[in-house]
Design a protein around this ligand. Structure first.
Ligand code: 5GP
Ligand code: MG
Ligand code: MG
Length: 193
């Protein structure tokens, strides 16, 4: 099919309407968050990063490398939006922790806090297991969309109410590999909806 052939030849960067946060800005902010977390947790002598799959992937590995102390990493997975861009408020646990977090100093690593419903659920879920402490680190925050009151201890960037992709964040499981945070061109939503 000729149309598909042309489609496959173009750069994925052409699918973006705009770039909100550049790769350089992300790396600079992640380094600063890493230094802040190092300063806070080194004196405690313990840190377990809990990444929320799959959106946390890029942020988690970059953040971990920006932290200067021996840390542990674990992952949980929750149900996602799928192709739609609105939160249902219903959170399903797809993969739980491997680690016993009782007495541990835990930091949840999230890609983005939108309504806050996912994190409100996860926070309660983890607090029931009696960690020594539990904090939240999010790369992005959409304050205008908040429905659950969530304390964000470490934050990368506040962003406006737009659906973003890149640096771990997907649309229909794609575009996670963009090195920046951007907004997709409208024609991309229309072509797969
Ligand atoms: P919340 O429960 O806070 O509304 O958001 C839950 C999840 O929805 C986020 O962790 C993220 O995976 C997804 N999400 C929210 N806003 C966006 C967005 O702008 N872009 C993408 N790709 N995912 C989002
Ligand atoms: Mg997420
Ligand atoms: Mg998603």
């Amino acid at each position: 099919d000729v149309a598909m052939g042309i489609e496959r030849e173009h750069s994925m960067h052409d699918d973006m309407a705009k770039i909100l946060i550049t790769a350089g800005q992300i790396q600079e902010r992640v380094r600063a968050l890493g230094a802040q977390i190092t300063a806070d947790y080194r004196p405690l002598g313990d840190l377990l990063l809990v990444g929320v799959l799959k959106g946390c992937a890029m942020f988690m590995v970059d953040l971990a490398r920006a932290i200067d102390m021996p840390l542990a990493m674990d992952f949980i997975a929750t149900s996602s939006y799928g192709k739609t861009t609105e939160s249902s408020g219903v959170v399903r646990m797809l993969k739980d922790l491997d680690t016993d977090i009782a007495g541990r100093h835990v930091v949840i690593v999230e890609d983005i806090i939108d309504s806050g419903l996912t994190l409100a659920y996860l926070r309660g879920h983890l607090l029931r297991r009696n960690p020594a402490s539990l904090r939240i680190c999010a790369l992005l925050n959409k304050p205008s969309r908040r429905r659950a009151d969530i304390p964000i201890d470490y934050l990368g960037f506040d962003i406006p109410n737009e659906f973003v992709v890149g640096y771990g964040l997907d649309f229909d499981e794609k575009y996670r590999n963009l090195p920046y945070i951007g907004v997709l061109h409208e024609r991309i939503y229309h072509s797969t909806a």
